[in-house]
Design a protein around this ligand. Sequence first.
Ligand code: AMP
Length: 283
Amino acid sequence: MIKTGSIKKIRQLVADAKADGKKVGLVPTMGAFHEGHTNLIKKAAKSADFVVVSIFVNPTQFLPSEDYHLYPRDVKKDAKQAAELGVDVVFVPTAEKMYPKGFSSFVKIEEITDILEGEVRLSHFKGVTTIVAKLFNIVQPDTAYFGQKDAQQLAVVRKMAAELNFPVKIIACPTVRDEHGIALSSRHQYLSESQLKKARGIHAALQEGSKLIKSGILDFGQVRRRIYDVLNTYGIKRVDYVSFNQWDSLEPVRKPGGKVLISLAVRLGTTRLIDNIIMNFKQ
Ligand code: AMP
């Protein structure tokens, strides 16, 4: 496995792989790997011939008030794990390389980024789409792998790739959870034991919502109230939103139909956690 921060080098490596007839898969990450990441990498290793994993804590997707400087970083450990999983190249550019002085070209997807996470984290998705577009241009992958855990990000990246004609297939991978149902996140490193216990309520609340709908309660207002109740029972008091949206246009929905994304964001201390489930209703 090769580890490089050089755009020129990675372009050459990918060009060589493509010349050999290989299909290139890209897994964009911010590092501090957990099983959510390794699952994406395993999927890429299975379906692509040449796997590139990028590790880059992208400053433009953090608001000034957020945890950019605190965000966990362990490139050495991540790279070792990537090598074990059969990754061909780990791309670890510096912030200066990705955003040279005077950088001013951003990619902004309208509307779908103004709701949910975008409503609270104002310029977040502009940073995400800019870095993903840059990675797509640098690596030119045939396939790219994203987790359903960040469902809005997945929907936004899909829309961007389609609308801006990136010749890449976006592959969605299911959310990986711990034995208590907590969706794995690099930010769990910030949580205390008692906060981690409370975090179990997130998936429990989503499951309760889904159970209620399956039992025939089709009023999303009522389902939302039940979800809030379960979160409360687990000691989660600060809820940014509980939302029902069509998957994957993210249009708001009031009644079941098609695929519905039930997503939420909560705060435990200074840590913000998100999770979701997608329910499929037969038309
Ligand atoms: P991050 O390093 O947090 O930016 O995440 C990199 C990729 O891993 C994104 O596509 C995430 O959606 C995905 N990911 C993060 N956590 C999980 C998880 N628990 N299950 C599945 N995918 C995940």
